[in-house]
Design a protein around this ligand. Structure first.
Ligand code: MG
Length: 408
């Protein structure tokens, strides 16, 4: 059985309070839609995904499709969900046996939920994931007064992906359009066309992003999964370099630690050359610009600032982009002072600013053997590298898990 998915994402999402479609809202560094499409495409049974986008979203939908494996094509949707799914159905490869339709606004669908739906389709012909309604349900009048209690018995809330044998779904859609009554979901339409739809167990995390607060909840859930990082996405590294002059009458700050010395580094901020190199390493790892772009010395607000604030901000940007710091390694080049006595304090201060344990931060030092400007004691230089790993579970699976890897 060859399975394809359709992801309709051409709607407007009026409850989201933004003129832009909610599926394009940022969620941990990627659009909501990219999470939804990736999750579906990563299931080993899914051979291809048809993405349905609004005409005005065509360019960014195609850019998204280029980033996610197994997106077969992007098609333009219609005014209603039903029209969009129909457009998706027309774009399916001829050999498709099973179709799953998944909301573009459900970024957290799990592999288990997709598997349950597929098993349901194979056994019964049509299946949707759902959860028994847990809350007490009441019917409420237009002016906010309870009219009656509704029995929860037999009530389920239904999610996506909704799945069916292709021929059943196509027939249901064509009948619905003949009847001129487009349905709001696939299950409703299949039922009307006489196809029993089986409910399989969904997942409470498989929420639909409807209001802005849903994004916060989804981000928290993704971060939670980060602890189960499966290493399927490569790590990233960033490199930082900085140098500052030494002058009398300045305090010397290195790695966030005040160092006793007769001279200090010259700069707009506290001129902490170690933290500046660390900051650039973090920003470099996420292609986030550099310290001069983020904290320009032309901005008076940056005058005299503690450089640890810059590192805190750079680390936050890395986290927001979906990465956590695996380790940081620093090499300071200085003829003097000796930093041995300060090494542990520097590691602790850097680790605190980055938000990691001290054992993830290394500080080394060397002299320049008297060569060059650093060797003559005119200033200090520092190199740093940062390694980052995904902080979020990625559902990509190895192609070896797939029985078939492409349409034939
Ligand atoms: Mg600097």
């Amino acid at each position: 059985m060859r399975t394809a998915a359709i992801v309709p994402a051409a709607g407007r999402g009026s409850r989201f309070g933004s003129s832009d479609n909610k599926v394009w809202a940022d969620l941990c560094g990627r659009p909501v839609l990219e999470w939804s499409v990736s999750a579906i495409a990563a299931h080993p049974a899914i051979l291809g995904v048809v993405l349905v986008a609004a005409a005005g979203d065509r360019a960014r939908a195609e850019a998204l499709a280029a980033r996610v494996p197994r997106v077969l094509t992007v098609v333009t949707g219609g005014a209603t969900r039903a029209e969009s799914v129909q457009a998706g159905l027309r774009a399916l490869p001829d050999t498709t046996d099973i179709v799953l339709v998944h909301d573009g606004a459900r970024p957290l669908v799990s592999r288990a939920t997709i598997s349950h739906v597929l098993e349901g389709v194979i056994e019964h012909g049509a299946a949707v994931p759902g959860l028994p309604v847990a809350d007490t349900v009441k019917r409420v009048s237009g002016d906010g007064v309870v009219v009656e209690n509704v029995s929860r018995e037999g009530l389920w809330s239904v999610q996506t992906p909704q799945g069916a044998l292709r021929e059943l779904l196509e027939r249901a859609y064509s009948e619905a359009f003949e009847a001129d009554a487009p349905p709001t979901d696939e299950a409703g339409l299949l039922e009307r066309s006489g196809v029993p739809v089986h409910v399989v167990l969904g997942d409470p995390d498989n929420v639909k992003i409807t209001v802005p607060e849903d994004l916060e909840r989804a981000a928290a859930a993704l971060r939670q999964r980060g602890s189960a990082n499966d290493g399927s996405r490569a790590c990233r590294t960033g490199f930082g370099y900085d140098a500052h002059r030494l002058e009398e009458g300045r305090e010397l700050w290195l790695g966030g630690v005040r160092i006793e010395h007769d001279r200090g580094l010259v700069g707009h901020s506290d001129a902490d050359v170690v933290l500046h190199a660390v900051c650039d390493a973090l920003l470099g790892a996420v292609a986030g610009g550099d310290i001069g772009v983020l904290f320009p010395d032309s901005d008076p607000r940056n005058r005299g600032r503690r450089s640890s604030e810059f590192v805190v901000e750079a680390a936050a940007r890395a986290r927001e982009a979906g990465w956590s710091v695996s380790n940081i390694d620093v090499t300071l080049v200085a003829e003097e002072p000796r930093i041995g006595p300060y090494r542990l304090a520097m590691r602790e201060a850097i680790a605190a600013a980055v938000g990691v344990d001290t054992d993830k931060v290394s500080v080394k030092a060397t002299t320049n053997e008297g060569m060059g400007c650093v060797g003559r004691g005119e200033g200090l230089a520092c190199w740093a590298v940062a390694a980052l790993v995904p902080r979020i579970e990625h559902t990509a699976v190895a192609d070896t898990e797939r029985s078939e890897t492409e349409w034939t």
